[in-house]
Design a protein around this ligand. Structure first.
Ligand SMILES: [Zn+2]
Length: 437
């Protein structure tokens, strides 16, 4: 049980009254270990208030103008990308104190690996050059800050790129408006037989550096790499013509760096609508190899069962080394899904303390990764295997209802071979009889 050790007497009043002075104030939660950092970052803001706290989480009221300073401080002192959550109401913020860290609700998920033939058929479709070009384009923008014109342009560019992957009418790509210029982008491949069960692969579209709207924030690793990785997974799956039994969604979240705002809005909406999310995979920073092992599975604020499943996927399909690590409170968008009771995981590029030091500066460019995507490709392989196994994707030839398409030429030749052998055998027997006869 968690104990609230500091409670401002104003809470009771604030819960009853519609908050009148909150137009320029934000309700946020930070990890209790980062409370002093937040207090220092918001020092100029006379209205900094600790509203509640327990041993893990603190609920704060800060001036919106202090947001960028808070992001910088969280990155500088705790290495967290984000590191806090912005809440829509005090009730929602207080609820975060009791939020489940684990385990998620719902029936257990079947994590057996049953589709090696599908995974092995799709993996060769992953093209490093495509992945690289997505990072080049996104990091070539001045910034992808959630309030800037280029941050908004990143959303529409990505929507158009995702739309270019297929002409299928059932595959949709949508922009999700959150009330600021940058919008989240969602690609949906509807499931064939289990359409109301949803598997989500996400990353954050925004970037940040000191200076906000006017900053130079290429964000090549943080997080153009994650967006490019999941973009290549979506492209490879659609090009292969596989059909998932469960609905598969790809999400590029807006405004992660300023309090996981895009992902929190989407996750709370899914919670409210009772969407049956089977699993969520977060890709935030995939292209800087800073440690002795390849993939680091974040063990805090994630689902242990799904994490173990990822470990088995890496062993079976990726050909990479892996280990567990931790990254602290609200370090990326997986925490938004965990906060709302869904199973989420985050495979990360390095041991957390060894990760890319250039993020949140103008130096977060592809040069930090020697201008290649060798590391990110391992994450693309992992996310492809995750999508196929968890969403139960089948090859087009297996699906009898599939219209002739890109996969029809790969239909098994076995029946034709058997027919030819039978015909040859018959001719041989008849020929022998004629000769003898
Ligand atoms: Zn990030």
């Amino acid at each position: 049980m968690r104990l609230i050790s500091i409670v401002n007497v104003a809470i009771g009043m604030a819960l009853l009254a519609p908050a009148p002075a909150l137009a320029e104030r934000l309700l946020i939660t930070v990890g209790a270990d980062a409370l002093a950092t937040a207090r220092t970052a918001a020092a100029e803001d006379t209205g900094f208030e600790v509203l509640a706290a327990d041993e893990d989480v603190a609920v704060l009221s800060i001036d919106e103008a202090a947001l960028d300073a808070l992001t910088e401080a969280m990155h500088a002192h705790h290495g967290r990308c984000g590191g806090f959550m912005v809440h829509e109401s005090l009730a929602d913020a207080l609820d975060a104190l009791d939020a489940p860290v684990a385990p998620a609700d719902g029936p257990p998920v079947d994590y057996r690996l049953e589709r090696p033939h599908v995974v092995r058929a799709v993996l060769p479709a992953i093209e490093p050059g495509q992945l690289l070009s997505t990072i080049e384009h996104l990091s070539g923008m001045k910034n992808r800050y959630y309030r800037s014109p280029t941050g908004a342009a990143a959303s529409t560019w990505l929507r158009d790129r995702w739309r270019s992957f297929t002409t299928r009418a059932d595959v949709t790509v949508e922009l999700v408006d959150h009330g600021y210029p940058q919008r989240s982008v969602v690609l949906t491949i509807p499931g064939t037989t289990l359409a109301d069960e949803v598997v989500i692969i996400g990353g954050h579209l925004d970037s940040i550096a000191p200076g906000g709207t006017g900053s130079d924030a290429p964000g090549a690793d943080d997080d153009a790499s994650g967006i490019a990785t999941l973009t290549e997974v979506a492209r490879a799956l659609l090009a292969s013509g596989v059909r998932p039994q469960r609905t598969l969604q790809f999400m590029a979240y807006a405004a992660e760096e300023v309090g996981l705002r895009g992902s929190l809005r989407i996750a709370s909406d899914y919670r409210r609508r009772g969407v049956n999310v089977v699993g969520v995979l977060q890709l935030d920073m995939t292209n800087y190899q800073g440690s002795d092992r390849d993939i680091w599975l974040i063990a805090d604020h994630t689902d242990a069962g799904q994490n173990a499943f990822l470990g088995r996927l890496i062993d079976a399909y990726v050909g990479a080394t892996w280990a567990y690590d931790r990254c602290g409170y609200a370090c990326s968008d997986h925490a938004a899904w965990t906060r709302h009771g869904f199973r989420a995981s985050m495979p990360f590029e390095a041991r957390f303390r060894d990760s890319n030091r250039a993020i949140h500066t103008r130096k977060d460019t592809l040069e930090r990764s020697d201008h290649n995507v060798q590391h990110a490709v391992k994450f693309a392989r992992l996310a492809t295997a995750y999508a196929i196994e968890l969403a139960r994707a089948d090859l087009p030839a297996v699906d009898a209802t599939t219209r002739p398409g890109p996969g029809s030429s790969s239909r098994s030749p076995l029946p034709f071979v058997a027919l030819a052998i039978a015909a040859f055998g018959l001719a041989f027997v008849l020929g022998n009889r004629m000769l003898r006869g």
